[in-house]
Design a protein around this ligand. Structure first.
Ligand code: F6R
Length: 235
C-alpha cells in the first residue's frame, strides 16, 4: 500500500485526477468504482475540468458506486445516486445507462445485493476503485466488525457514521440507519485502488496503512492489495 502525502485537497484532486485520466486513456471502457462524500469532490471537479478541456472522454466508461442509503430514492437530495448525478455524471459525456448505484428502494434488498454483485461480475470486475475512509476506518459502508464482509450486503450504519453523515440532513433523525454497500471482496478484486483522505483522517490512515490487518479497521484490508495508493492531504 503506497502512501502519498499532498499539500491540500486541490492537490489531492489533481493527483487522483492524473491516475483516473491515465486509466481512462489506457482503457476507454474501463469500469470505475466510485465513492460519494466530501473528500472525492476535488477529484470529480478535476475530472470535469479535464473533460471540458477536451482531455477526457467518458462515452464508453462504466461506473459502479460503492453504496446507497436504504429507503432513499435517487431523486432524494441526500441519496448517493443524486450526489453522483449532481457532482459528476451530468457534467460529463457519460451515458447515464452506464452509471450504476445500488437501488436503496428495491422491493427486496437481498435480491438487489445479489443483482449488484452479478452486475460487477458481469463487467469482469472493477478496473479502478476510488475509496474514501470513515473516521472509524470504514470503506464503502463496511463498518468495523468481527469479520471482513464479502459480497454486496445491507448494513446497519455505525452510530459514528450516522453522526458524521447527519451534517447533510436538515434533521439528524432523517439519516437512514441502513444502507447497501459493496463488500470488501469486490473492492479487493479491483485491479487498482485509490483512497483519498483529508488531514482529519490522518490518524485512521496511519492505523490502516501501518497497523494490524483487522476487520475492526476495514481499510486495513488494503494492505493486502497489490496496487493500492492512499492520497492524504496534509491541510
Ligand atoms: C461513500 C463512502 C464512505 C465515505 C466515507 C468518508 O460512498 O463509501 O465510505 O467515503 O464515509 O466520507 P467523507 O469523504 O465525506 O469524509
Amino acid at each position: 500500500m503506497k502512501l502519498i502525502t499532498v499539500k491540500n485537497a486541490d492537490e489531492m484532486g489533481k493527483y487522483a485526477g492524473d491516475i483516473f485520466a491515465e486509466a481512462i486513456g489506457a482503457k476507454p471502457d474501463i469500469v470505475l468504482g466510485l465513492a460519494t462524500g466530501s473528500t472525492p469532490l476535488p477529484l470529480y471537479a478535476d475530472l470535469i475540468r479535464r473533460y471540458e478541456a477536451g482531455g477526457l472522454d467518458f462515452s464508453q466508461v462504466r461506473t459502479v458506486n460503492l453504496d446507497e442509503y436504504a429507503g432513499l430514492p435517487g431523486t432524494h437530495e441526500q441519496s448517493y445516486r443524486y450526489f453522483m448525478d449532481e457532482n459528476l455524471f451530468r457534467h460529463i459525456n457519460i451515458d447515464p445507462a452506464n452509471t450504476h448505484v445500488p437501488d436503496g428502494c428495491a422491493e427486496n434488498l437481498d435480491d438487489e445485493c445479489a443483482r449488484y454483485d452479478a452486475l460487477i461480475d458481469g463487467f469482469g470486475g472493477i478496473g479502478l476503485q476510488l475509496l474514501g475512509i470513515g473516521r472509524n476506518g470504514h470503506i464503502g459502508f463496511n463498518e468495523p466488525s468481527g469479520a471482513f464482509s464479502k459480497g454486496t450486503q445491507t448494513v446497519l450504519l455505525a452510530e459514528a457514521t450516522i453522526e458524521a453523515n447527519s451534517r447533510f440532513f436538515a434533521d439528524p433523525a432523517e439519516v437512514p440507519r441502513m444502507a447497501i454497500t459493496m463488500g470488501i471482496r469486490h473492492i479487493m478484486l479491483a485491479r487498482k485502488i485509490v483512497m483519498v483522505a483529508g488531514s482529519e483522517k490522518a490518524g485512521i490512515i496511519d492505523q490502516a496503512v501501518n497497523g494490524e490487518i483487522t476487520p475492526l479497521v476495514p481499510a486495513s484490508a488494503l494492505q493486502m492489495h497489490p496496487d493500492a495508493t492512499v492520497i492524504l492531504a496534509l491541510e
